[in-house]
Design a protein around this ligand. Structure first.
Ligand SMILES: [Zn+2]
Length: 200
């Protein structure tokens, strides 16, 4: 059972995510998103956005400083990646290896509960949900939760990926996260402009 404070944070973030998201999904009802949430909103929202995975607060956990191989599919952080992303990062790692660069992952798939824990920790660290969202995506927005993002390390591998990743469809997404890559090239193989951070 989450504390009232946590529920309020999730609700606030969920609302701001709804306000900021462009064309992801249609609002479920005609209720204007600018109306203040009723006091019971946290209880109502939680089952929809978090689901039963909320109890799994360690799924996809990779220890701080640990570098895992993109071929280690027995590790849930790797094995639960979307197949297209998994193939892309493996192909990129093989090509990087030929250049003498060892591409490893510091994170991949994460359970909703683990992402929520990371976000809640960031709220504590940065003091507000809005500020935390610049550094850690909420469970509702994180592409890690749906297996569509990888964090690459060490730094030399980040640099190789920034220079060469688009050959494999892989793009840096956020200016402040040189390690975070998603499949994002357009039909011409070009990566989109960098967004300033995970909240932008
Ligand atoms: Zn990431």
């Amino acid at each position: 059972m989450g504390q009232a404070v946590t529920g309020s944070v999730v609700t606030a973030v969920g609302l701001s995510a709804l306000l900021m998201s462009c064309g992801t999904t249609s609002p479920p009802t005609s209720a204007p998103p600018t109306s203040a949430p009723p006091p019971t909103a946290a209880v109502a929202v939680e089952p929809l956005s978090i689901g039963t995975a909320a109890e799994d607060t360690t799924g996809g956990l990779v220890a701080d400083g640990q570098l895992i191989s993109p071929f280690d599919v027995e590790n849930p952080a790797v094995g639960f990646l979307e197949p297209a992303l998994l193939a892309a990062i493996q192909n990129a790692a093989t090509a990087a290896s030929a250049d003498g660069v060892d591409v490893k992952l510091t994170s991949g798939w994460r359970s909703t509960g683990f992402q929520k824990r990371l976000f809640d920790q960031a709220v504590t660290t940065y003091g507000s949900a809005d500020l935390a969202a610049q550094f850690v995506a909420s469970p509702e927005k994180s592409m890690h939760v749906v297996g569509k993002a990888v964090d690459v390390g060490p730094v030399v591998a980040d640099q190789w990926m920034i220079a060469n990743g688009s050959r494999f469809g892989l793009c840096q997404i956020y200016a402040n996260e040189i390690w975070h890559f998603e499949l994002a090239v357009d039909a011409a193989g070009i990566c989109p402009p960098l967004r300033p951070n995970a909240a932008g």
